[in-house]
Design a protein around this ligand. Structure first.
Ligand code: ATP
Length: 367
């Protein structure tokens, strides 16, 4: 089998971002030893609040362009509450990267692993396996401060813009259905739910109209609808019924944190941000300054994001070895919880960042 070679741009960032990235790279190295047929070249870039306080720049010179030349990007976490621009906004070069490379599909898997601690008492909680698909370039974040777009702001009034475009929404909805097809092939439910507020906002009715248009191209996947408020309730009442939930940016921002909480916490929240030509992988959590430098962070969100990156590279380069390697990471996390071998401090367990990643590496090595 020929060896496929891919490059990965790595931005460790700030706080626990550095520790969880190191943990992920160690796990990826372990799967690389187990699965032949691929090689990864990592290139590291300085970025973040720490770098900004040292240099006055939030990302290394030229890095914004260079990271886009890699086959994938991996990010730890960026931002520290103590470091801000003069106008009080956060240091966020990653939001520019998301914008430059139009990473519109924010994929946030939420899965209850066997025997992992559950937040919901209902026995069906162990069946939770869903994905929040968050549009990530427009919606209500279109006028996010970092983009510097004109909004109405006077002494008496402030208005932000919620933008839904046909081109991005069509691509997002297609992505949702294709994801549901892939999940169905692996035992998933084969349902895409359009989460919106189409009964109140014209922009959301437009979103739903495009959902309907595109859904007709995927007859083997069921289409459902839910208003965002009802979806919030259902995520607590019966999250085990959900499969792929597709929604506008701000709704996705909120519901993905809620959903992450259902299966543990932010330390389990993996994330892929995908555009037409680029993919960025990162844990959905921030730099968690309250626990940084203490070896307390749960690295699983980052490690699982690393797995998603290998699946993405596998699909992109038509390399089954890479896809197998991604699945090996997911299987190791599943086995680790099932056998009580992973006990992150985040859930009151006795294992810090290094202990968790070392255990995952042991499981991969013995598989
Ligand atoms: P951001 O706005 O960048 O997402 P934030 O401060 O809102 O940052 P996080 O940094 O994600 O949010 O932290 C939220 C809470 O979750 C904190 O109490 C933090 O300690 C906890 N947390 C986040 N990530 C992890 C992790 N990997 N392991 C354990 N706890 C975590």
């Amino acid at each position: 089998m020929p060896t496929i070679r891919n490059t990965v741009a790595v931005l460790k960032g700030d706080g626990i971002g550095i520790d969880v990235t190191d943990a992920t790279l160690a796990v990826i190295e372990a799967v690389r030893k187990r699965v032949t047929g691929f090689k990864l070249d990592f290139k590291f870039y300085e970025a973040g609040a720490g770098y900004f306080s040292e240099t006055g720049n939030d990302i290394a010179d030229g890095a914004e362009k260079e990271v886009g030349d890699a086959d994938a990007m991996f990010l730890g976490a960026i931002g520290l509450p103590s470091v801000r621009h003069n106008d009080g906004t956060e240091i966020s070069p990653h939001l520019r990267i998301r914008e430059i490379y139009q990473l519109y599909a924010g994929v946030r898997p939420v899965k209850a692993y066997r025997n992992a601690p559950q937040r919901l008492a209902a026995p069906q909680a162990k069946l939770i396996d869903l994905v929040i698909l968050r549009e990530s370039t427009e919606g209500l974040f279109y006028s996010a401060a970092v983009h510097n777009r004109p909004t109405i702001l006077t002494n008496d009034e402030a208005q932000d813009v919620l933008r839904i475009t046909r081109s991005t929404t069509e691509k997002l909805i297609d992505f949702a259905f294709q994801l549901a097809i892939k999940r169905k092939e692996r035992g998933g439910k084969g349902i895409v739910t359009c989460v919106d507020k189409a009964n109140v906002f014209r922009s959301m009715a437009f979103f739903r109209q495009i959902f309907d248009e595109r859904a007709s191209h995927f007859p083997h996947i069921a289409k459902h609808y839910n208003y965002v408020d009802a979806q919030a309730l259902d995520l607590i009442r019966k999250p085990w019924d959900a499969d792929v939930l597709v929604m506008e940016n701000m709704f996705g921002d909120i519901l993905s944190d809620l959903a992450g909480g259902l299966v543990g916490g932010m330390g389990m929240a993996s994330c892929a941000e995908i555009g037409d030509q680029h993919g960025l992988f990162q844990p959905a959590h921030g730099s968690a300054p309250d626990i940084m430098g203490q070896d307390k962070a749960n690295p699983l969100a980052a490690i699982l994001s690393g797995g998603l990156m290998l699946n993405y590279l596998g699909e992109r380069s038509q390399c089954t070895a890479l896809d197998d390697a991604g699945m090996l990471i997911e299987a190791a996390v599943d086995k680790g919880f099932a056998e009580g071998r992973i006990r992150p401090m985040e859930f009151g367990g006795d294992m810090g960042t290094k202990a968790v990643s070392n255990e995952i590496i042991s499981i991969i090595t013995e598989q």
